[in-house]
Design a protein around this ligand. Structure first.
Ligand code: AMP
Length: 477
């Protein structure tokens, strides 16, 4: 278990020739009902990211934000946020998206894609004002947490241009969202189901939407949002700008690309060449009798961890067990109310909670600064879930470990999954007391002294009164 392992063999490429071309802010009119610019595809295996043929070459990548044709307040906000150098996806796509072109991005987790689309979108809205009920730009995301995270990331940039932004997600009062829309918001960040409801109720009209972004498109289609996404995009006027980000281009995503993107600039980064070069994968064989103790020792580490289990019930049980053993743990799954989910995530982000125990609901998109360990207490059944869960760590160039606990009867299936995910992992037989477990995960014996976390949002501990964090602390966003 001494050597780093890696995600294997994917390509790096970006669309167009990368030279020449100049694009105005306004785009050529696109006939309605047109086929997309995504034309012929090469015969790659299903699930691989096949690139549509774009006819217009891409503009050259930039090496600084200063070079970009972007409103000055966006540049000063970037500087205030401490961001100096564009990430690969920002450097390649922003010159084109700021010029108004459609973008198809294979978004590597932690790659900085939120700003890659967000800066272009906000630049396009600069100086404009939305009428009541009629947003000018739209970002669709698969989960409420991801939508909130996108909104939080873009808020300071939107503020710098005096643009209004609102989040429209399920599980929160619809009337408040309708009220916000009535006041006129330039940018709406939404999950598809709730936005569709608001459109159907007449609280939101999409006929002024000029920029539409689909974030984590593959997860949206996997979650069954295809009808809602299609219905929404059909109401967005043709001729506007569209950007789609997805880890894979499987059948449904491909349909969206062909239908709704026009001559997109394509950016696809090899995961081995980008930020995530320092992720190590460990498959730890454990006995049935020792599995819970192993997970508990890991959770008691000096630092934060996300731990995944299959079912809501197992998640609740594990979180309770950890609290009883002195670990500041909290459960995150679809059975909890939205305010509870939001609060749990906030407590994890601010360090109040050190062990987040979750179902796949937390597997995608969520960004926690400095998180260096993800543990699959239950191995995922789908290799894509494995990759997304692991993607919570080693973000933005940092290092991280993904550890999967595997019971004797799960070994064969786990080996198959890793092969499908094209990952070489270090494999070892361990026990909860094993020094090797401590070396890889920082595991230690829990205090055994039960802890409680504030139970109701209203009783939430203030930052000054919360328990001292033992975990590694980093500045939070
Ligand atoms: P994302 O992939 O959009 O979820 O971004 C992941 C993290 O990278 C966030 O914390 C961003 O603030 C951060 N980030 C985005 N762009 C940059 C950049 N150019 N330089 C450094 N960090 C960045």
């Amino acid at each position: 278990m001494n050597h780093p392992s890696r995600v294997n063999g994917q390509r790096r490429s970006s669309g167009g020739s990368g030279h020449g071309g100049s694009y105005g802010r306004s785009r050529p009119h696109r006939p309605s009902g047109r086929p997309s610019g995504g034309g012929a595809r090469s015969g790659r295996p299903a699930g691989e990211f096949a690139l549509p043929v774009s006819t217009t070459p891409a503009l050259d990548p930039v090496s600084t934000f200063q070079e970009l044709d972007m409103p000055a307040p966006l540049k000063s906000t970037l500087a205030r946020q401490g961001l100096t150098t564009p990430s690969a996806i920002q450097s390649a796509t922003l010159p084109n998206s700021l010029a108004g072109r459609d973008v198809l991005g294979r978004s590597q987790t932690g790659s900085g894609k939120t700003l890659a689309f967000g800066l272009a979108l906000l630049a396009r809205l600069d100086g404009r004002t939305a009428q009541p009920h009629k947003p000018l730009a739209l970002v669709l995301a698969p989960t409420r947490e991801l939508a909130q995270q996108v909104a939080d990331s873009l808020a300071p940039y939107a503020r710098s241009l005096k643009l209004n932004l609102t989040t429209v997600v399920g599980g929160m009062p619809i009337s408040r969202q309708a009220r916000a829309l009535r006041q006129g918001v330039e940018l709406v960040v939404a999950t598809p189901g709730r936005l569709r409801d608001l459109v159907d109720r007449g609280d939101c009209a999409l006929d002024q939407v000029d920029v539409a972004v689909l974030d984590e498109a593959d997860q949206m289609t996997d979650m069954g949002f295809m009808p809602q996404v299609t219905a929404i995009l059909q109401q967005v006027p043709t001729g506007g700008q569209r950007m789609l980000f997805s880890a894979t281009l499987d059948r449904n995503v491909d349909t969206l690309v062909r239908r709704f993107l026009n001559d997109p600039v394509v950016h696809s980064v090899d995961p081995t060449a980008g930020a995530v070069t320092t992720m190590e994968h460990h498959v730890l064989h454990v006995s049935n009798a020792d599995k819970q103790a192993t997970a508990t020792h890991i959770a008691a580490r000096d630092g934060q961890v996300i731990m995944f289990l299959d079912t809501k019930h197992a998640v609740d049980k594990m979180a309770k067990h950890l609290l009883a053993n002195g670990v500041r743990a909290a459960a995150l799954h679809g059975g909890r109310s939205q305010p509870q989910r939001t609060r749990t995530l906030k407590q994890f982000k601010d360090g109040t909670v050190t062990a987040l125990v979750a179902t796949n609901v937390a597997a995608r998109g969520i960004h926690i600064d400095g998180l260096d360990l993800v543990v699959n207490i239950d191995p995922p059944t789908d290799h894509k879930d494995y990759l997304h869960r692991g993607g919570r760590t080693a973000r933005a160039g940092e290092s991280g470990n993904v550890v999967t606990l595997v019971l004797p009867n799960q070994r064969r299936e786990m080996a198959r999954l890793m092969s499908r995910a094209q990952i070489e992992a270090r494999t070892a037989q361990i026990s909860s007391q094993d020094p090797e477990l401590a070396r890889v995960t920082g595991a230690r014996t829990p205090t055994g002294v039960p802890v409680t976390l504030p139970a109701e949002p209203r009783q939430e501990a203030s930052r000054s009164s919360r328990p001292p964090s033992r975990g590694r602390r980093r500045p939070r966003r």
